[in-house]
Design a protein around this ligand. Structure first.
Ligand code: MRU
Length: 349
């Protein structure tokens, strides 16, 4: 690879945002150079970059791009314009709360600045990015303590380096467990309709030489029965205050399967994914995307013309189906509203 090109999904170089175009993986590795708020908005909305923490990190850099764009205006006008851009970025996708979380942090930073707004915002965005990587690494270590020797696990969607600042949430646990020699194999569900599992997770795991077996989503029950899968490990787009988990469509079915078949179900998410304003899962807006994601695979039409389509891309898994929620502040076994509130009251993180 060209040395000047990044090796992560999101890079900030010379005040430019560089994103690996995830729509083209695994066939093509191509980077987009983004220098505007509208470019950042489109990249999130069109899924050049996706995954809850990655969306948050990207939006934070988008705010820096806004400040650079408005640097010729007087200070107050520039701040007003940046606030408008923050509101716009916040609408790029509705479910992953990391987007709002990161933008609120950038907004707070903006409002606190008297001078040197660009430098301060840049520092804050880089901090959000670095903190996410550090959180993933510590969640990886913590989550791996739940994995026994010679385990086989299943994951859904892509909750890896591509979906985060780096390292990954669910795949972070898988990476750490593999590094400790505990993991025999990972089942990756293909994750219809966007194929995050087959296009992204199997690509990431192959690169790390972690043994991965790709299955159709509806082979999950058979895989759980036939292959002694110990844990199902997933990320999250938003965790409500009571522990309900919004994640990629199909996660809820897997949690029900896990319960029925006596398998363990782990959710790995930084506290930036926990939304105390969503009291329970019903408060979480579930994104619905275009019909062509269901009726087509690439350019090929796979459905009868005129077929009615419903394409919710996330679902909500009730907290009582979750065995453990791994965060960078600690593990919450059998999450409840009380235990999650306790997590936020912890002083030493
Ligand atoms: O629609 P996507 O690809 O953005 O959905 C991503 C997921 O559902 C992930 O599981 C979730 O964001 C966790 S990523 C660490």
């Amino acid at each position: 690879m060209d040395k000047s090109l990044p090796n992560r999904a999101i890079e900030w170089q010379d005040q430019q945002l560089i994103l690996l175009d995830q729509r083209l993986l695994p066939g093509t590795v191509e980077f987009l150079f983004i220098d505007s708020v509208s470019g950042t908005f489109d990249a999130i909305k069109d899924m050049v970059v996706r995954g809850a923490p990655a969306i948050g990190v990207t939006a934070a850099y988008g705010v820096v791009l806004s400040a650079l764009t408005h640097s010729q205006l007087d200070k107050d006008k520039a701040k007003q314009q940046i606030e408008i851009d923050i509101a716009k970025l916040n609408k790029a996708r509705p479910t992953a709360v990391n987007l709002t979380w990161a933008l609120q942090r950038m907004q707070k930073c903006l409002r606190e600045q008297k001078n040197n707004t660009i430098a301060s915002l840049e520092k804050e965005a880089v901090a959000i990015h670095q903190e996410d990587i550090a959180a993933n690494q510590s969640m990886g270590e913590l989550g791996a303590t739940y994995i026994n020797e010679q385990s086989t696990v299943m994951t859904h969607c892509n909750a890896g380096a591509l979906a985060t600042g780096g390292y990954g949430t669910a795949l972070g646990v898988i990476r750490s467990a593999f590094a400790q020699g505990k993991l025999q194999k990972v089942f990756a569900n293909e994750t219809r309709p966007w194929f995050q599992g087959s296009r992204l997770t199997s690509w990431e795991l192959e690169q790390e030489q972690i043994p991965v077996t790709l299955i159709c989503d509806f082979a999950a029950a058979s895989a759980l029965r036939a292959h002694h899968v110990d844990w199902i490990i997933v990320g999250a787009d938003r965790v409500a205050a009571n522990g309900d988990v919004a994640n990629k469509i199909g996660t809820y079915s897997l949690a029900i399967l896990a319960k029925h078949m006596g398998k363990k179900f782990m959710v790995v998410a930084p506290t930036s994914t926990i939304d105390l304003n969503s009291v329970h899962g019903n408060d979480i807006e579930i994104e619905e995307r275009g019909h062509s994601e269901v009726t087509q695979v690439g350019e090929k039409v796979m459905a009868a013309e005129g077929a009615t389509v419903w394409n919710p891309v996330f679902d909500v898994t009730p907290a009582d189906l979750v065995d453990v929620l791994i965060t960078e502040r600690g593990a919450v076994e059998k999450p409840t509203a009380f235990k999650i509130a306790q997590l936020f009251n912890k002083k030493d993180v």
